[in-house]
Design a protein around this ligand. Structure first.
Ligand SMILES: Cc1ncc(COP(=O)(O)O)c(C=O)c1O
Length: 280
């Protein structure tokens, strides 16, 4: 593991030799963005959508994209391997300036980092996970995939400390998303997920599920979900690139329906797996 290569600022180097300056603004301020792209059978999943979101994140922090999409693809390609599922992590920070100052420094090069890891199937996918609702304490630009993840970390840890795998975040009585996932529920027989906006990360997996549901005639809508409505939903699941779809079988110490992954989840998960297969 220690000898795997990573990409840093134009070169592939062994992980334990990859070094950045302590003056890097990613290190000092969390001034950067990232992206995570799944790889199935050596193929990047929804590469263009991930690039589009990364471009929006960069625009959101007013940082020029150091590469075009073809260059990004060329940087990432050497990591791809058709064995195990993988994840490609891309991080861009504003770079290292001579002086620690909040204002954007002039004439510095961004720091570009890419690494790739193997991904094993997530256990909770089969059993379902427990979740708790927590007040969403994050900032107002959650649509940017910023590396500044301290709030998400604290929220996730709050869940873990209570024997749960995910925190479902609630703002003014309405569900936003998970600490590192989007949220879906089945309410009155309809699949519902909160609408896009500054309160949530526009998840690529989320978009795929909404599209699959629509294409298969499964009623699905992008609407606000109150915590009260979530508490009596017949099914809940979360989505993310790394965990795909994961059923939530217990919320705030109460089982969801019979406490087992529900039929709509099972159906959409199967359709998602079929969709993945169709692309590779
Ligand atoms: C806060 C947050 N919301 C949603 C998601 C899901 O996004 P995606 O499906 O693109 O991985 C993530 C992924 O890590 C996340 O961190």
């Amino acid at each position: 593991m220690q000898n795997k290569s990573v990409y840093l600022n134009g070169a592939y180097v062994p992980l334990n030799e990859a070094k950045i300056s302590v003056l890097d603004r990613g290190f000092l301020f969390g001034d950067g963005i990232y992206e995570v792209i799944p790889v199935y059978n050596g193929q990047l999943f929804h590469f263009q959508q991930h690039m589009e979101r990364m471009e929006l994140s960069l625009a959101g922090i007013r940082l020029a994209n150091p590469h075009d999409r073809v260059q990004w693809l060329n940087i990432i390609m050497p990591f791809l391997d058709s064995g195990q599922d993988q994840s490609v992590y891309v991080q861009i920070t504003r770079g290292a300036a001579e002086k620690r100052d909040h204002a954007f420094p002039k004439n510095i090069a961004p720091t570009v980092f890419v690494m790739c890891s193997e991904v094993l199937p997530y256990e909770g996918k089969y059993t379902g996970i427990r979740a708790i609702s927590v007040d969403d304490s994050r900032w107002g630009l959650c649509n940017i995939k910023a590396i500044t993840l301290l709030a998400n970390i604290l929220l996730r840890q709050t869940a873990i400390d209570q024997g749960c795998a995910e925190a479902i975040l609630v703002k003014d009585g309405y569900v936003t998303e998970g600490a590192a996932s989007n949220v879906f529920a089945v309410i009155d027989g309809i699949v519902v997920t909160p609408p896009k906006g500054n309160d949530i990360l526009p998840g690529i997996t989320r978009d795929v599920i909404v599209k699959i549901a629509q294409e298969h005639g499964i009623p699905c809508t992008e609407e606000v979900i109150s915590l009260d409505a979530l508490a009596i939903a017949s099914e809940i699941w979360i989505t993310s690139s790394m965990r795909e779809l994961v059923p939530v079988v217990e919320l705030d110490y109460r089982p969801i329906a019979d406490g087992k992954p529900g039929p709509v989840f099972q159906m959409l998960d199967q359709l998602f797996q079929n969709y993945k297969q169709s692309l590779v």
